[in-house]
Design a protein around this ligand. Structure first.
Ligand SMILES: [Zn+2]
Length: 167
């Protein structure tokens, strides 16, 4: 039998499925024991360096994400969307009942069935005012848009402060 090779050479050979190294490990109990010891040590080191995540890692993370409050950004986006849809709906309802684009406006307004009655009621009131005082109504509407925009902006800054204060 050949003399024992260096343990490192033997391990590299075994890892690369070298026939001589594997044969020596099979036939030499000393080297086999050393190699096994080395394998265990290596396994422990890998476990220390890169611990496997627990089996329910993904589930626990998702559960924690679900418990977290929705970020202020998302709430803001939702707020802006509702504001935009509301304004658009009111305009469409107004156009549908009083404008030239009657058919188009009616179809668009029909797509927001839940809000339609509210919008028509609002646009009826708006139309009544409009017929008597067009310019003041336009100014008032512009003022309303500015106020609601400022309101959303104030809400935004309030949210940011709140988010910073909260741990
Ligand atoms: Zn040996």
């Amino acid at each position: 039998m050949n003399a024992c090779p260096e343990l490192e050479t033997l391990l590299i050979g075994a890892a690369e499925h070298d026939a001589d190294a594997l044969a020596h490990l099979r036939n030499c109990p000393d080297c086999a024991a050393s190699a096994e010891q080395h394998r265990q040590l290596e396994k422990d080191l890998f476990r220390l360096a890169d611990p496997l995540p627990p089996v329910d890692f993904v589930q626990s993370v998702m559960a924690r994400v679900a418990l977290e409050p929705a970020p202020a950004r998302v709430e803001l986006r939702t707020g802006f969307t509702i504001l935009a849809v509301t304004l658009m709906g009111a305009v469409l309802a107004f156009v549908a009942t009083h404008g030239n684009l009657g058919l188009l406006g009616t179809r668009a307004a029909s797509s927001v069935v839940a809000w339609r009655n509210l919008f028509f009621a609002a646009s009826e009131a708006l139309a009544a005012i409009w017929s008597t005082a067009a310019l003041p109504t336009a100014v008032a509407m512009a003022g309303l848009v500015v106020v609601s925009t400022l309101g959303v902006r104030r809400l935004a800054s309030h949210r940011v402060v709140e988010a910073q204060v909260r741990p």
